[in-house]
Design a protein around this ligand. Structure first.
Ligand code: HEM
Length: 518
């Protein structure tokens, strides 16, 4: 250290006389202190840094133009701190600052779109904007997963997958959902029977068990469900907008990758087993079986060659897309109903009417069709508290989104759904849980279906929406007749945890006691 301060005649001369590039740094450093004692090198470095910072601000201001957003961006990190600890209050402030507003995180220029029209325009402009899944997604889902396809390739691939969510297929899935739900409710009788417990993790387990049985049937063992469920939380924790970029041991992305490896092992095995069973003339009992049967149908026109690995990746994409969102929808479904006993009573009346006291009989798609009130409850619950409040997209080229603003190419574009779902003109008393608004075909809610962005819109609109709706209806319908519900209110009950889907801050503390049937 001391050598740096010896002056040109000693250290600097010694360093510069050494020809190895290894020594070029000390040489340059020493030469910063010339004989006149000027800090030339430091000044130069400082000047370059200052120029870069000015450039950063200038580029930001040039992109931002007149849109609302901070006048200056915090050097380098931008609003990184806010993105680490998101809050609904922070989001609402941003959405309400303008229908289009901007923010910058690590020099990623982000345009937020908070109105129905701008959100829909982004979702419906595949020539200009494509989904930009969070950074960790490619590590978790694998880069070759179909969800990263764009344009025509995506449309063609998805057309084949739509066959897995036909009404006939969903009818079969409902039978499985019913059995798994009742199995978990037997456990809930004990776990939630004496004191109130947080519902979030049991609901996540119920959901994971249901999804895996619907997708893979008995082609994976019981212990796989437990293992995938336990490890899946590491995937959820890695779903941040910005992550540490290298998947080094100990990082969130590293742990998520280990969870994905465990899941992929079982899902690949399930695909293999399903193919064997269908080749041996077995009857389809899950989504994979339906799929294999379809691929073997001589009249089927789509892509046929799916390796076990590729099928497993598709199932993984379904788990990834559904696990957090569906659990959020379930937990808020419970919370909204238990906090509105008069509405829960109407759900029970409908259950009594449709199921005529035969509560042990499995629910079917036809029975669920006869429950418009429960359907309205589920729709309204997800309107008030949408599981997914926004989805990141990327401007693949300069995108003239309005008369006076063009989104620069490569910007992140985030259509948010919250304001559209809380538009007071379409949904009077927008924060109130009012299933009745969906019962009148002439209501403003029903007359403005484009506002209902819970499932997104356009070519990437949720592929599992009917499946998800039926599942949430089924769970709430069975729980309404099986249990009396109590809700332990805490100071966090009405706060919102962003994980990144929405959950009650206290994870919804519930008590369930077996209900005496009348
Ligand atoms: C309450 C539950 C759910 C909610 C709220 C939800 C919501 C969404 C949203 C907002 C999108 C993005 C749409 C867009 O970019 O326009 C999406 C996409 C998707 N969802 Fe769901 N989803 C749910 C359940 C499910 C389930 C159960 C599955 C599968 C069985 C699923 C599979 C997918 C897939 C594969 C995509 C991507 C589609 C594509 O890129 O073509 N989701 N979902």
């Amino acid at each position: 250290m001391a050598t740096f301060f010896k002056g040109p005649s000693s250290a600097a001369a010694a360093a510069s006389s050494t020809s190895s590039p290894l020594y070029s740094f000390p040489s340059a450093f020493s030469s910063a202190f010339n004989s006149k004692g000027n800090f030339t090198w430091l000044y130069t470095t400082g000047a370059i840094l200052a120029a870069l910072l000015v450039l950063e601000q200038t580029v930001y201001r040039a992109k931002k133009r007149h849109l609302p957003g901070a006048t200056w961006t915090i050097p380098i990190i931008g609003k990184f701190a806010d993105s680490m600890k998101p809050s609904m209050e922070g989001y609402k402030k941003q959405w309400n600052s303008g229908v289009l507003s901007v923010v910058s995180v690590f020099n990623i220029f982000i345009v937020m779109a908070s109105s129905k029209d701008y959100a829909r325009k982004i979702l419906n402009s595949p020539g200009y904007a494509e989904p930009w899944l969070v950074y960790s997604a490619k590590h978790v889902l694998l880069p070759e997963n179909w969800v990263f396809l764009t344009g025509k390739e995506h449309v063609d691939y998805r057309r084949g997958l739509n066959n897995l969510f036909t009404r006939k297929a969903i009818g079969m899935y409902i039978t499985i959902q019913d059995a798994i739900t009742r199995k978990h409710f037997d456990l809930w009788k004990v776990d939630f029977g004496t004191t109130a417990q947080p519902l979030m993790f049991p609901a996540r387990f119920l959901n994971m068990d249901t999804s895996l049985r619907v997708f893979c049937g008995n082609h994976i063992p019981e212990k796989a469900t437990k293992e995938i469920n336990d490890k899946y939380w590491d995937i959820t924790k890695a779903l941040e907008l910005v992550n540490f970029p290298l998947p080094l041991p100990g990082t969130k992305i590293y742990k998520a990758i280990q969870a994905r490896k465990a899941a992929m092992y079982w899902l690949t095995l399930a695909a293999k087993n399903s193919k064997i069973e269908m080749a041996n003339g077995g009857e389809p009992t899950c989504l994979l079986d339906e799929w294999v049967k379809l691929l073997n149908d001589p009249t089927y026109k789509g892509k046929r060659d799916f390796s076990d690995h590729e099928m497993a990746m598709v199932v993984l994409s379904f788990l990834f897309a559904s696990q957090d969102a569906m659990s959020s929808g379930l937990v808020y479904g419970f919370q909204h109903l238990v906090d509105h006993p008069e509405i829960l009573a109407k759900v029970r009346e409908e259950q009594e009417r449709v199921r005529q006291g035969n509560y042990e009989n499995p629910l079917t798609i036809d029975l669920l069709d006869q429950m418009p009130y429960l359907s309205a409850v589920v729709k309204e619950s997800m309107r008030v508290q949408p599981p997914v409040v926004m989805v990141p997209y990327k401007a693949t080229k300069a995108f003239k989104i309005s008369d006076d603003y063009t989104v620069p190419a490569n910007s992140m574009l985030i259509p948010s759904f919250y304001n559209s779902l809380h538009d007071p003109v379409v949904y009077p008393e927008p924060d109130t849980f009012l299933p009745e608004r969906w019962l009148d075909p002439e209501s403003s809610a029903n007359q403005n279906p484009k506002n209902y962005l819970v499932w997104g819109a356009g070519p990437h609109r949720c592929i599992g929406l009917e499946y998800a709706t039926m599942n949430i209806m089924l769970v709430l319908g069975i729980a309404a007749t099986a249990f009396d519900w109590e809700h332990e209110i805490t100071p966090e009950t009405n706060t919102v945890a962003i994980l990144p889907t929405l959950f009650p801050g206290d994870h919804c503390r519930m008590k369930f006691t077996p209900r005496k049937q009348v």
